[in-house]
Write a protein that binds this ligand. Structure first.
Ligand SMILES: NC(=O)c1ccc[n+]([C@@H]2O[C@H](COP(=O)([O-])OP(=O)(O)OC[C@H]3O[C@@H](n4cnc5c(N)ncnc54)[C@H](OP(=O)(O)O)[C@@H]3O)[C@@H](O)[C@H]2O)c1
Length: 241
């Protein structure tokens, strides 16, 4: 592989938007490392992309398992020495989540543990590798449901989507974006929150207006180019925090 080939890690890349992000990055000439917590699902995703002539590799990574995160970082360090692009895509919803008056606190704890704490842990583990890249890029998969401004606006179509655990987890991811962008301002590493839109995947029970391929486009755009940092964007443009 030529030294200038960019190296990307996409978490939760075995299906849904993550798999499509991996596909589109590979099609753009990036060497993609598919992060997946399940070996068989990883193999199936690698085979899916290989069938299209795309050469990718996979790495085992579970956002709730610090040892697996550390091992994934070590694998990338030993095989590539750096990481150019980190797409923090893995995320969950939970059937016990719900409105703040009734949503199960245990569900909120599980969601926060994966979507926020896991994303934070992966980001910190990969940061030394991103610092070794000429222009490190981090894309955090967020959601309009994580916007305090959108959820507080009674005229918003999302206003009644009351999932306290999930929405709070994406608001927390947005805080990571804002604060890490400030912290990394002089390093050249950029970090942005990207809301993909309402996408038909397992996470939404295949409701939604967009295919996973369409939902991957904006995250891929931010993974590949642009100097903006600390932004929160959705397909229609900037999203208010
Ligand atoms: N779909 C939408 O409309 C929408 C809208 C806004 C934001 N998003 C965000 O986009 C991202 C992708 O969602 P999606 O719709 O593509 O969902 P999805 O089809 O359910 O895929 C989620 C991915 O995350 C992985 N994952 C879950 N928990 C994990 C863990 N602990 N460690 C590692 N991987 C884990 C899953 O792996 P397994 O197969 O092993 O479960 C799967 O690969 C999420 O962050 C989601 O919040 C989605």
């Amino acid at each position: 592989m030529p030294h200038e080939t960019r190296i990307a890690l996409v978490t939760g890349a075995n299906k849904g938007i993550g798999l499509e992000i991996a596909r589109q990055l590979a099609q753009a000439g990036v060497h993609v490392i598919l992060g997946a917590r399940d070996g068989d699902r990883a193999k199936a995703a690698v085979a899916d992309l290989a069938a299209q002539g795309l050469t990718v590799q996979s790495v085992s990574i579970d956002l709730t398992d610090d040892a697996s995160i550390a091992a994934a970082a070590e694998t990338i360090r030993s095989e590539h020495g750096r990481l150019d692009i980190l797409v923090n895509n893995a995320g969950i919803v939970d059937p016990q989540d719900g409105p703040p008056s009734t949503g199960a606190p245990e569900a909120a704890r599980r969601i926060m543990d994966t979507n926020f704490v896991g994303t934070l842990a992966v980001t910190q583990a990969m940061l030394p590798l991103l610092r070794r890249a000429p222009k490190g890029r981090i894309v955090n998969l967020s959601s309009a449901l994580g916007s305090l401004a959108v959820m507080g606006d009674p005229s918003s179509p999302y206003h009644s989507a009351r999932l306290i655990g999930y929405n709070a987890s994406k608001a927390a991811v947005n805080m990571l974006t804002v604060q890490l962008a400030q912290e990394l301002r002089d390093t050249g590493i950029v970090i942005n929150s990207v809301a993909p839109g309402y996408v038909k995947t397992d996470l939404t029970g295949h409701t939604g207006f967009m295919t996973a391929e369409e939902g991957a486009r904006l995250p891929v755009q931010y993974a590949l180019s642009g100097d903006e940092t600390g932004r929160f964007v959705e397909p229609a443009g900037d999203t208010p925090w």
